[in-house]
Unconditional design. Structure first.
Length: 361
């Protein structure tokens, strides 16, 4: 089917969306052939402002998430839709529906497991019928983790990867790291709806293959804990979408090939031990308050107070974006060959710039 645009960036006037527009401008300029693209949102005035700030001259499409017909009409014009409108739990389902129904490939930056798996439950069959590819979590959540784990698994060619542990660390400059309020809102509401995620997974359970793994299971630790491989660091279970995304990837490979061997997997993040008291205090408040609606309202009303200034409606400034970076360290174990005595360990790293917006866009 012929489409007018190669891709459309929906939600281009949002905080993250504008980063994606800037990256698209730079990337399209490197291509050998002309790339036809557009930006979309619900406000012409805001889209025009983005075009001015980013120095792009591309068409605009007006579509509101509350208008399903407008979303469908938008999707019919493009081969791929890049959805930057979050939180996805509030604004994403109608967009995925439009792509699934119109056979339009879909990509987002979502780090919300509930939304990702709910869309799988609701739209998988429709997308299969129309040929639409629905690909979530194509930002820091969760490309570095998913591809990093896959790369490590490939190092056991001729053998079997039994387990992969992944450890995330951040580096920041004098002003520290910072993130936008929308990212914080997703986290608050995600923790508050853990029960809904469990219900979705129960409904999906019968349609998912059982993963085949070998070797000893990993003992998952919530933290805080220490690890001799990372002296001076305190570790915690990573609360993002990465673990669920890696598992869903392995489920897909198992559906494609029932002989596929997966691996045990765990994700952690680390902080300098000198700051562990802050994590205990702020993390404790967050954990308690997300369990109640009044608590979530309080967290969302005062993001700076409850995160020591890390999250705000303004987001990071240019200096913070430049000085912040991340690194995933992967430690894997398994067999190098067919014999159980062929024990093997692999260590790999995936590093990148500021994760929330620079890496993600």
């Amino acid at each position: 089917m012929s489409r007018e645009f190669d891709f459309v960036i929906y939600g281009a006037s949002g905080f993250t969306g504008e980063f994606v527009v800037k990256t698209a401008k730079e990337s399209c300029g490197k291509e050998d052939r002309p790339i036809k693209w557009a930006i979309a949102g619900r406000s012409q005035a805001k889209l025009d402002e983005v075009k001015t700030r980013c120095g792009v001259d591309v068409p605009c499409i007006i579509a509101d998430v509350a208008n399903q017909q407008a979303l469908n009409d938008m999707c019919k014009q493009t081969r791929v839709l890049l959805n930057c409108v979050g939180p996805y739990r509030h604004f994403g389902e109608s967009v995925v529906r439009a792509c699934a129904e119109t056979g339009t490939d879909y990509v987002d930056l979502c780090g919300e497991p509930e939304f990702l798996e709910k869309c799988q439950l609701q739209f998988h069959k429709t997308a299969q019928e129309t040929g639409a590819l629905i690909v979530g979590s194509c930002g820091f959540d969760s490309i570095p983790q998913d591809l990093g784990a896959w790369f490590v698994r490939q190092q056991f060619e001729g053998g079997t990867c039994h387990a992969i542990e992944a450890f995330l660390s951040f580096k920041a400059g004098p002003k520290g790291a910072a993130f936008h309020y929308a990212t914080y809102q997703c986290a608050v509401e995600g923790f508050g709806s853990a029960g809904e995620l469990k219900n979705i997974r129960k409904q999906l359970a019968d349609s998912k293959p059982k993963l085949h793994t070998e070797g000893k299971k990993l003992k998952l630790q919530k933290g805080p804990f220490s690890d001799p491989r990372f002296p001076g660091q305190t570790l915690y279970a990573f609360p993002g979408a990465d673990a669920s995304v890696v598992k869903r990837t392995q489920e897909h490979f198992t559906e494609e090939n029932p002989e596929h061997t997966s691996f045990h997997h765990a994700c952690y993040f680390m902080l300098p031990s000198a700051y562990s008291w802050k994590m205990g205090m702020y993390g404790g408040m967050f954990s308690v308050l997300t369990g109640w609606q009044w608590g979530r309202d309080l967290l969302l009303k005062y993001p700076g107070f409850f995160t020591n200034g890390t999250f705000s409606h303004e987001g990071p400034n240019e200096e913070q974006l430049k000085d912040t970076s991340f690194e995933w360290t992967f430690h894997a174990r398994g067999r190098a060959g067919p014999s159980r005595s062929d024990y093997m360990r692999v260590t790999a790293k995936v590093a990148g710039p500021e994760p929330g917006y620079v890496c993600t866009s």
